[in-house]
Design a protein around this ligand. Sequence first.
Ligand SMILES: [Zn+2]
Length: 79
Amino acid sequence: MNCRKAINEISNYLDGDLDAELRETIQVHLDKCHHCHAVFDTTRKTIELYCDGKLFELPTDVRLRLHEALRRKLCSTPR
Ligand SMILES: [Zn+2]
């Protein structure tokens, strides 16, 4: 598990779309990698913010654009 892969799977992770083994792998990475954990936290909070108190879920295309923006931001950040 590297950071790029972890970031790519964060949306699936939040959606609960991953099998148990992959979830575990990502969880372990998030626990030890502050960088990915920050991205994970931001993504989760943003989604919760959209959904909180609303009668609708964040539309898939909006969520995908959000994740795409986060990925671009990550890729352009020197490590
Ligand atoms: Zn990482």
